[in-house]
Write a protein that binds this ligand. Structure first.
Ligand SMILES: *Cc1c(COP(=O)(O)O)cnc(C)c1O
Length: 429
């Protein structure tokens, strides 16, 4: 299968080439030239097997095709349970059982496996530049830590990530360099994008991205939706509807692609924090990227959701059709906090602030008469956001062992101004 740019001005390339460069040369995002036809899928015995099955058409003819099952086995070595909640028909899809306790571990581990296969035997080191609003950087750092031939430079907005997130970003060392940027996530993202588009720089420092624009992260994220929805369908014959906490739209876009392939997913509803660019668009306004505002669900503090370009491509740039296909709702900080507190009080469930946006949206959908089986997508473990969650529930949140191990390591990050020149200098060093 070959991959083209959403902007239509870049040559078609095989998947491994698209994964290695991240952004297409015309500034667009890589998408399949032709999406595999929708068909029915069988649930496999585990997530890794489902992933290998689902991803096989995308890797057909690629130099990584033979390595795919092995990459899946290595990347998906932790559970992704679909758990029932007290309200009949409600579920939570827990994506946070990986090494850094957020869903981004899944895509990051797959990408790391794929890129290290491609990198093997290359003379020059590859530098991965990644902008993070909190969780991406840690997941990417964990996935690439001590991988030979790869250096990772992580940019994060200083003071806008939780203390535990900051610690996770700075605690790896070795081939991982953390930069705390005096600016917003959007500044970090713009700096990373500029580096990836800097041909002169790349002549001496080969770069790749690991942001959610990377197909190497986006495509494997289809796997957990497929695994959960196929098992659910096999057990009770129902499609699984989803509420997805959304920032850059990578996680939700993976669900949309999985559904397009024929996975039995029903509705996909987007939940955002106060950064309401998508809700405003789906309510009929123009798509209007905004500077991001800081919220308690900081991994979703995104004012210009990068994967929106892919969603538009999938709907052939037909805004009316796209608006008809999705709903999106914003949840402000006051409501996020109230939802965390009330869910704990009523059901004993503890969720992170991101997951809480989806919980609230599902509560509202149910109140409005929504029927069927729904899953709230739980994107991070609440222990990562203890400074928000613990005061609301009045007790400590136990820290999962993998996260605990990271928090024991010393951490450091270099301060940099929010200017591209500062990043360029670090990359050339
Ligand atoms: C990144 C992240 C999100 C948003 O995911 P996107 O793919 O950017 O939409 C939501 N929750 C958590 C915990 C995250 O880390």
């Amino acid at each position: 299968m070959s991959f083209v740019s959403t902007r239509g001005q870049a040559p078609a390339v095989p998947l491994s080439a698209a994964m290695a460069v991240g952004l297409a040369p015309d500034g667009g995002l890589y998408v399949p030239a032709v999406l595999p036809a929708s068909r029915s899928w069988q649930p496999q015995q585990d997530l890794a097997a489902t992933a290998a099955d689902l991803l096989a058409p995308f890797f057909a003819g690629d130099r990584l095709a033979g390595a795919l099952p092995g990459i899946c086995r290595q990347a998906f070595d932790f559970p992704v349970p679909l758990r029932r909640l007290a309200t009949p028909g409600d579920h939570v899809l827990e994506l946070f059982h990986g090494p850094t306790a957020a869903f981004k571990d899944i895509g990051a581990r797959f990408l790391a496996g794929a890129l290290s296969q491609l990198q093997a035997g290359q003379g020059r080191d590859l530098t991965i530049v990644v902008a993070t609003s909190g969780d991406t950087g840690a997941a990417v750092a964990a996935a690439f830590h001590r991988q030979p031939g790869v250096r990772v430079v992580v940019l994060y907005p200083d003071g806008r990530v939780s203390p535990r997130q900051a610690h996770q970003l700075g605690c790896f060392g070795d081939n991982i360099q953390a930069l705390r940027v005096a600016g917003s996530f959007d500044d970090c993202q713009a700096m990373a994008k500029q580096a990836l588009g800097d041909g002169a720089l790349q002549a001496s420092v080969p770069l790749s991205s690991a942001n959610s624009i990377s197909l190497g992260r986006l495509l494997p994220q289809m796997s957990y939706y497929a695994h959960a929805a196929l098992q659910h369908h096999a057990t009770c014959g129902q499609h699984l509807n989803l509420v997805v906490p959304t920032g850059n739209l990578g996680n939700a876009m993976a669900a949309v692609l999985a559904r397009a392939l024929g996975v039995p997913i029903g509705q996909i509803v987007l939940a955002t924090n106060a950064n309401a660019v998508l809700p405003r668009y789906f309510q009929g306004q123009d798509y209007q990227p905004q500077p991001s505002v800081a919220t308690v669900a900081n991994a979703m503090d995104v004012g210009a959701p990068s994967n929106f370009e892919r969603l538009r491509w999938l709907y052939r740039h037909d805004d009316a059709e796209l608006r008809a296909a999705f709903r999106a709702y914003a949840v402000d900080d006051v409501t996020i906090r109230a939802t965390i507190a009330s869910l704990f009080a009523s059901q004993g469930e503890v969720v992170c602030p991101h997951t809480a946006t989806a919980v609230k949206v599902l509560q509202d959908l149910r109140a409005g008469g929504a029927k069927g089986d729904w899953a709230v997508v739980a994107t991070a473990h609440p222990a990562k956001f203890e400074s928000v969650v613990e005061p609301l529930i009045g007790r400590p949140v136990p820290v999962p062992p993998a996260l605990h191990a990271l928090l024991q390591r010393p951490a450091q990050a270099a301060p940099v101004p929010a200017r591209y020149a500062a990043l360029r200098e670090v990359l050339l060093r």
